[in-house]
Write a protein that binds this ligand. Structure first.
Ligand SMILES: [Zn+2]
Length: 378
């Protein structure tokens, strides 16, 4: 999930708004206000919009509450919660790692639907207590219904829904096989996604576009279910491998005292667009074509690589024993193609021992999966 606009922190967890959330917030507010206008013609126009906006805000507050409840349980198991993001299809809590035990995954997953059901009951109570006030009752009745549906829908047994995680936790707990459990929950997710898309298509073919939303959610779930199964396949393929296994010893190195003019010539001569800057065999920085282009052409002669390079403190690097799975995730997260592999980097003596690239890791994944398919008895 991409980063969004941080609107605050709750329990120390950054709450982010993805730009796509504005679309759904605007749409829901509009739909609620117009439906209140139809149902309660005696209210003034501004009252329809005020109640509509409040209801919409409280709905997303409910989604946030649902995600926070997952987060609180995750934290209880010492799993870091990175952020909670609201986006067009709801909310998502990013946690630092997968739970290490089936029972933990079960409890983290079930906390969300329970929270939604508790909210549904609370809003139902509110609508009864405030039955004399049409506006509060209308708001509370809507939120009681949607929170109930939210809890129920999330219990559907397919990845990445909570029900899929609960399903995985149960299969994992019984079979002790995490991979098998993930595949089963992934398949469940795909079936639910196809079901939603088929439901939407059936209505569309009959000229009714009111259920398009279900199709879009189905499409989103399909992508997420595929991702989770793919991630698992990658993890299995890379198990036991570390940076040292795939790093290339061929490291493009230059000296910091080189002028930018000469660096430009080096890039033209070799076609390499990325170099490590090394002094006395120690890594001091990183130089690339973008940094070169940031300096006007006429100043190349009077500037050295040292003055424009990315200093060592700001370079991402890997240690030789870093697991490849984690390294690949870091490369993708930082949106970079390669990283130096260094040894003894705690002190001032970062010694470059190789380079590891996305391509090299992807080649290993491909070769390993081809070999596995070629083996008669796997
Ligand atoms: Zn949930």
């Amino acid at each position: 999930m991409r980063r969004g606009l941080q609107i605050g922190k709750i329990l120390g967890i950054p709450i982010l708004l993805d730009p796509s959330w504005l679309i759904i917030f605007g749409l829901l507010t509009y739909l609620l206000s117009t439906s209140f206008a139809e149902k309660y013609p005696q209210w003034s126009n501004s009252q329809h919009w005020v109640v509509g906006t409040f209801t919409s805000l409280l709905f997303f507050g409910s989604v946030l509450f649902h995600e926070l409840s997952h987060s609180v349980v995750a934290r209880h198991y010492k799993i870091r919660v990175i952020s909670i993001t609201l986006f067009i299809f709801g909310g998502v809590a990013r946690i630092g790692r997968d739970p290490s035990k089936a029972v933990q995954e079960f409890n983290i997953a079930i906390a969300g639907p329970i929270a939604s059901f508790v909210l549904a009951a609370a809003f139902l109570g509110l609508s009864t207590v405030f039955s004399f006030d049409e506006k509060v009752a209308a708001l509370a009745t809507y939120l009681a219904g949607t929170n109930f549906i939210l809890g129920l829908f999330n219990l559907a047994p397919g990845f990445p829904l909570d029900g899929g995680r609960i399903f995985r936790a149960i299969v994992w707990g019984i079979t002790r096989d995490f991979s098998k459990a993930t595949r089963a929950a992934g398949t469940g997710g795909k079936l639910i996604a196809f079901g939603l898309m088929a439901y939407c298509l059936w209505f569309v073919l009959h000229g009714d576009w009111s259920r398009v939303w279900y199709g879009l959610i189905g499409y989103y779930l399909l992508g997420a279910a595929n991702d989770s199964v793919m991630q698992l396949a990658v993890r299995e393929t890379l198990r036991g491998l570390s940076a040292a296994d795939v790093m290339s010893q061929e490291v493009p190195i230059i000296s910091g005292s080189l002028s930018l003019e000469d660096y430009g010539a080096e890039v033209l001569r070799t076609g390499r667009r990325y170099h490590l800057v090394v002094t006395d065999d120690r890594l001091v920085g990183l130089m690339n074509v973008q940094a070169l282009h940031a300096v006007p052409r006429e100043e190349w002669e009077h500037n050295s690589v040292q003055s424009v390079m990315l200093p060592r403190e700001r370079i991402l690097w890997a240690s030789q024993d870093e697991p490849l799975q984690r390294l690949l995730e870091r490369l993708f997260a930082a949106d970079i193609n390669q990283m130096p592999v260094v040894s003894g980097s705690q002190d001032d003596g970062a010694h470059v021992v190789g380079m590891v690239s996305r391509d090299a890791i992807l080649r290993v994944i491909q070769a390993r999966s081809e070999l596995r398919h070629a083996t008669p008895n796997k």
